[in-house]
Design a binder for this molecule. Structure first.
Ligand SMILES: Cc1cc2nc3c(=O)[nH]c(=O)nc-3n(C[C@H](O)[C@H](O)[C@H](O)COP(=O)(O)OP(=O)(O)OC[C@H]3O[C@@H](n4cnc5c(N)ncnc54)[C@H](O)[C@@H]3O)c2cc1C
Ligand code: SF4
Ligand code: SF4
Ligand code: SF4
Length: 389
């Protein structure tokens, strides 16, 4: 019997195999960590091998590029950047696509705490995709939706992690060639487990007696480089904000990331997309004339289609050419490392209360040193208005 993938490090959970299977014999199902993997229904499978053949996550399928066509630092207006994780370039690119009658696919945090890719045909729908969600986004329903949008004559912009853009590009190669499908990927440190995020969200609800009104991963209320979840409690005039860094501690300690992220084949400059966006960080950033504290995007353009899209978006943004070697953050050079206690973390996650596990693993910080034990939840701002840190 055929296996679609050889071990968890080789499967990104993109779902392309399920989309292409002619017998609809593949279901994407969560494992004990909450990450989706393909499962074959052997009664339906006819051993045709198409699922393996089309799987995009294979090193020999990566198109080697020498250098991006253009490397830039860029930023949108202050108002857009206040609501974006970085320099707001996703908004500029998607605005351009929407203004031309196209549609945009991006990740959205749903009311129930799930993160999945949805389609936007208006700016309001697109705005819900802003903010980096540190949870793997489910793109499995996108293949049909993209197929329908393309069949209806729409131009599509898909924005996601490189493994997701690789899958979408591999699903619709002719539309890529015909410039009807544009791909924008993110510089990517790896995606955390939906199951841990769900447990964390439940824990927050308990701690706040159910009064959580909103949650953002990369709010700039405490500054652009703040690595903490911002939780809004109350509502309207009485809104308060709390900062909690526990979830990010688990993430940066390499405990909750998808296994394939630690063997990622996209943490380099050979990108499966037209444009790459990320945070423009590094020592040289302060020397840029457009630098400020509200967020700056790194933009790498790889194709002529990418140049055309960015050229149109450029009207609404400021940008400056950069020397790429000054901005080669780690995620453009090698995969992030799994934490030494990853296996132990998951053993305890399955058998103990999440409160206990969270407490234990967030007392030990990134370097193994003991960090402060304040519960890591700080009341940062008393009032929503007038308190931007
Ligand atoms: C899990 C993750 C890890 C990242 N790691 C790095 C890193 O190591 N270094 C770096 O420079 N940048 C990283 N980024 C990218 C960075 O945080 C910004 O998302 C990016 O620069 C875009 O910023 P913006 O202001 O233009 O977009 P915003 O307006 O903030 O929009 C965010 C965009 O990201 C997409 N997105 C959000 N969450 C997800 C998700 N879970 N899966 C797929 N797509 C998503 C949305 O669809 C939207 O297009 C990461 C992003 C994510 C989601
Ligand atoms: S990487 Fe994608 S296509 Fe390949 S096996 Fe995993 S889910 Fe299927
Ligand atoms: S071998 Fe063919 S029929 Fe079987 S799961 Fe893969 S694509 Fe489907
Ligand atoms: S680190 Fe690599 S495998 Fe993991 S989500 Fe990002 S692009 Fe995909």
């Amino acid at each position: 019997m055929i296996h679609v993938y050889d071990g968890k490090k080789t499967c990104t959970g993109c779902g392309l195999c399920a989309f292409v299977c002619p017998k609809k014999a593949i279901a994407m199902e969560p494992d004990e960590e909450g990450f989706l993997y393909p499962r074959i229904d052997t009664d339906r499978c006819v051993d045709c091998g198409l699922c393996r053949k089309r799987c995009p996550n294979q090193p020999d399928k990566i198109e080697k590029q020498r250098h991006p066509l253009s490397s830039l630092a860029a930023k949108n207006s202050d108002q857009v950047r206040e609501n974006s994780s970085s320099g707001g370039i996703f908004t500029a690119l998607s605005d351009t696509m929407l203004q031309e009658g196209g549609v945009v696919f991006g990740a959205q945090l749903m009311e129930d705490g799930q993160v999945c890719h949805t389609m936007a045909a208006t700016a309001d729908q697109r705005d819900r995709m802003r903010d980096s969600k540190y949870v793997q986004s489910d793109i499995t329903s996108c293949f049909d939706a993209i197929s329908q949008a393309l069949a209806a004559g729409k131009t599509v912009l898909f924005v996601g992690t490189p493994c997701q853009t690789a899958a979408v590009g591999a699903a619709f190669p002719n539309d890529r060639k015909a410039s009807k499908l544009l791909l924008c990927d993110l510089v990517c440190h790896g995606v955390p487990s939906p199951r841990v995020f769900s447990a964390y969200r439940q824990q927050l609800l308990k701690e706040q007696s159910g009064a959580v009104k909103g949650l953002a991963f990369r709010s700039k209320k405490a500054g652009w480089s703040c690595r903490a979840v911002t939780i809004e409690t109350g509502g309207g005039e009485k809104s308060s904000f709390l900062l909690d860094d526990r979830y990010f501690r688990l993430y940066f300690a390499g405990l909750i990331t998808r296994p394939c992220c630690h063997a990622c084949i996209y943490t380099n400059l050979h990108r499966p997309s037209d444009i790459t966006i990320g945070d423009c960080w590094g020592e040289a950033v302060r020397d840029l004339s457009i630098y400020d504290e509200l967020g700056l995007s790194l933009v790498l353009i790889h194709t002529q289609n990418g140049m055309d899209l960015f050229g149109k978006a450029q009207k609404s943004i400021s940008c400056e050419e950069i020397r790429l070697r000054d901005f080669m953050q780690e995620q453009l050079q090698k995969p992030s490392r799994a934490g030494e206690s990853r296996a132990q973390f998951w053993k305890e996650f399955q058998s103990k209360s999440f409160k206990k596990v969270l407490q234990k693993y967030t007392l030990t910080g990134f370097t193994g040193k003991v960090h402060r034990v304040s519960g890591a939840v700080q009341r940062l701002l008393k009032n929503k208005e007038g308190n931007h840190a």
